[in-house]
Design a protein. Structure first.
Lengths: 240, 240
DNA sequence: TCGGATCCACACCTGGATCCCG
DNA sequence: CGGGATCCAGGTGTGGATCCGA
């Protein structure tokens, strides 16, 4: 390490302060659009792994850092002041969403009230900054480009579809059918395992109130849903 | 690291398997009695710190390791098969207990039922292996001797005293007098802070059911109590 | 003296997601 | 292809206790 003065060194990796306005956020988004992950990581003094196999969340963490997210693993949006949630959107060689999108864990209190209006899923998805990123594994990680992000708010139809899926899934949970609850349920929103490995168990209760242990699970958006969002956003970009 | 075969190297630090009988445990206790912490740490391939200021739990962890405790921060006794809890007892230059003894945290469910019979404190203290250890700070850590441990079960009088203190303290908590609950309460069992620092806060509820945040606290045995236990054990040792 | 403050290790949990086999 | 399995970083909680100032 070089000698440091009492001043903050301009060469130290510093996390930007959170954007205070939506305009400030979109400016930052424009600034990363068209850059490679290698460039962005270099500028942010982030070490870049060879691939994502053992660093699955690396891209998301890098962009959270660069854009100035401030909600350190807390139960609120990534940009807490703006109520905006950041989601990277990995694209395959055809420019289509490659993976499902994790939303949040299936907590016993997915909603304390049991109502969609109060659910974590709705809160998380009410205001999302989607950031498309090349994710074809043929491309070395450092050479993958970041696309232009856009902010999405569900329209009435989209929210109705998500709500329908959520209510179906929550009902299965309420009925205690948690072991029968596979990823096959839900048209656009599904429930899948979410854990370090399949031997991890969390506390829960069955329909008789008996304490049982289950694999932790999470809500995910299917790629069929994010593909629609991406198409709609792409069309808008070509309008006058 | 030296080359390793497929066999377990006899020189690797290995935690002994838990003792399966009380006799096996007392044999192990005899084997550490009269040794210094330096000897024990060396034999167990434990690095020894200069002092305990920044390693307050080191002695306890060392002896848990050497004696084969198996309850890795779980809600059960250290020797789960035997139902025995290990407590080191630090002695001052006069051979008297120097510090209070931590028992367990004051959980919202210190007892789910609110009854002494079901409390964590009673469970933890029902069967304790006390291990006296020199703790005069004039003596370098490595040179401090371990004494002869003994197993204690509360007699009727001792349990009555602990129960009385516990019920008094739990009542103050139930009344929501948590902020007024200082370490002054309780003749032998007291409640004191238990956290990384005084800014750490945990979730709790006040008497109106309002959610509040408090300093985490723990139950401790006063030295006046452990001094009595030590005296009684010492006298027994001199009887025929 | 002792009540209040503090320290380390390590397990566990959460949020970031992608991997990979049938 | 997609459902089930898995991986890392970092924060929080728990268990081991002793420190230290008024």
């Amino acid at each position: 390490m070089p000698v440091m003065s009492n001043d903050i060194s301009p060469h130290m990796p510093t996390r930007p302060s959170p954007p205070e306005t939506l305009q400030e956020l979109t400016t930052r988004v424009s600034n990363v659009a068209g850059k490679t992950l290698g460039q962005i990581a270099h500028d942010a003094h982030f070490a870049i792994p060879d691939d994502l196999r053992r660093h699955k969340g690396w891209v998301g963490s890098l962009l959270e850092h660069v854009l100035g997210c401030d909600a350190g693993s807390q139960a609120r949006q990534d940009f807490s002041a703006l109520g905006v949630e950041l989601k990277t959107l990995p694209l395959d060689a055809q420019g289509q969403p490659k993976e499902s999108t994790f939303v949040c864990t299936v907590n016993a209190a997915g909603s304390a009230s049991g109502r969609w209006q109060d659910s974590w899923v709705r809160k998380k998805l009410s205001n999302v900054l989607w950031l498309p990123i090349e994710a074809d594994n043929q491309i070395p990680l450092a050479e993958r480009f970041v696309g232009m992000g856009w902010i999405w708010r569900p329209n009435a139809q989209q929210e109705a579809m998500l709500r329908q899926d959520w209510e179906e899934l929550m009902e299965l949970i309420a009925l205690g059918e948690q072991n029968a609850l596979t990823a096959n349920y839900g048209q656009y929103l599904q429930i899948r395992p979410k854990a370090a490995n399949s031997r991890v168990m969390s506390k829960a209760s069955d329909s008789d109130g008996e304490s049982i242990r289950l694999n932790p699970r999470g809500f995910y958006l299917r790629t069929s849903f994010t593909r629609q969002l991406l198409e709609a956003a792409t069309i808008l970009a070509f309008e006058p």
